[in-house]
Design a binder for this molecule. Structure first.
Ligand code: ARG
Length: 270
C-alpha cells in the first residue's frame, strides 16, 4: 500500500515537471527523427507474400526483423549507402501505393512492375529486374498451353497484381472465370487442390512456388504477356529521395550485386 502511494507520488511529480522540461528540449521540427546518434529512418511499404522478392521467415531470422528476400537485401544495402535505418512496413499489396503517396512510407518496394497507371500515382526509380507472367497448371495438364486456352477455365490471380490487370481485360471476351486471392500461395494451394484450373503470377514467384509444389508446372505466353520491369516507387515529386535511391541503386547494379543477392536469397530458400 505504502509502495503504491510512493509510486503515485513520483508519477505525479514527474508529470508536473514534464512541461518545464519540454520547454528546454533541443528538438525542433526540422530535425525530427534525426536525434544525435540515431539514423534517419527509411520506411519501405511492401507485401511480404512474394518470394523470392519479399517473404516472412522466423522472427529475427530475416535481413530486417522477420523479412527476407531480394528487395529486402537490396533495400538494406541502399539504406546503408544512404546512412539510413531500414524499416519494413508489411501490408496488403493494394495498400502500398496509397501508403507511399500519403507519406506513411517512403518507398514502395514490392517487386512492383512499372506501368502507366502506377506512374500516375508514384514516381519510379530505374528498373532492377525483368519478369513475365507465368500460367501455373497441374503437372499432368495438357490442355492449357497459352492464354487462349484459358477460355472456359477458372483462373486464380492475386488482387491488384499485374497478372490480375492483364487477365481482367480479357475475362469477359475469353470467357475466363477469374478468382482473386490476397496471396499467391493461396491461389497455388487451390490449384494443387484442384479447385481452380490455373493460376497466373510473375515468373520468379511462379518458379519459387513450383520448387515447393512439384505437382505443378509453369506455362508461358510471350505473345500475350509483355515483359515487366520492377522498380522502386517514390511519392510523386520527391525528386531528392528518388535521386538518392537511384544513385545507390546504380552502384549496386553496376557492381553486379543484384544477381548475387538473388543467388544468396535462392540458397536461403532451399
Ligand atoms: N509484379 C507484380 C505487380 O507489380 C506483382 C507484385 C507483387 N508484389 C508483392 N510484394 N506482393 O503487380
Amino acid at each position: 500500500m505504502k509502495k503504491i502511494t510512493k509510486v503515485l507520488a513520483l508519477a505525479l511529480s514527474a508529470a508536473l515537471l514534464l512541461p518545464a522540461f519540454a520547454g528546454c528540449s533541443n528538438d525542433d521540427a526540422s530535425n525530427s527523427g534525426t536525434e544525435d546518434g540515431e539514423k534517419e529512418k527509411l520506411v519501405i511499404a511492401t507485401n511480404a507474400e512474394f518470394p523470392p522478392f519479399e517473404f516472412v521467415v522466423e522472427k529475427d531470422k530475416g535481413i530486417v526483423g522477420e523479412y527476407d528476400g531480394i528487395d529486402i537485401v537490396l533495400m538494406k544495402e541502399i539504406a546503408d549507402k544512404l546512412d539510413m535505418e531500414l524499416e519494413v512496413s508489411n501490408m496488403m499489396f493494394d495498400s502500398i501505393i496509397g501508403a507511399v503517396s500519403s507519406g506513411k512510407a517512403d518507398l514502395a518496394v514490392a517487386g512492383m512492375t512499372v506501368d502507366e497507371e502506377r506512374l500516375e500515382s508514384l514516381d519510379f526509380t530505374d528498373t532492377y529486374w525483368s519478369a513475365v507472367q507465368t500460367i501455373l497448371v497441374s503437372k499432368d495438364n495438357t490442355d492449357i498451353t497459352n492464354v487462349e486456352s484459358l477460355s472456359g477455365k477458372t483462373v486464380g490471380v492475386v488482387t491488384g497484381y499485374t497478372g490480375d490487370t492483364a487477365l481482367s481485360e480479357i475475362e469477359a471476351e475469353k470467357n475466363i472465370t477469374l478468382k482473386r486471392y490476397t496471396k499467391g500461395v493461396d491461389a497455388v494451394q487451390e490449384l494443387v487442390n484442384g479447385k481452380i484450373d490455373a493460376a497466373v503470377i510473375d515468373s520468379p514467384t511462379a518458379e519459387s512456388f513450383i520448387k515447393e509444389n512439384p505437382e505443378i508446372k509453369g506455362v508461358t505466353d510471350d505473345e500475350f504477356f509483355a515483359t515487366e520491369e520492377y522498380a522502386i516507387g517514390v511519392k510523386k515529386g520527391n525528386t531528392e529521395l528518388l535521386e538518392k535511391v537511384n544513385a545507390a541503386l546504380k552502384e549496386i547494379k553496376e557492381a553486379g550485386r543484384i544477381e548475387e543477392i538473388a543467388a544468396e536469397v535462392d540458397a536461403r530458400l532451399q
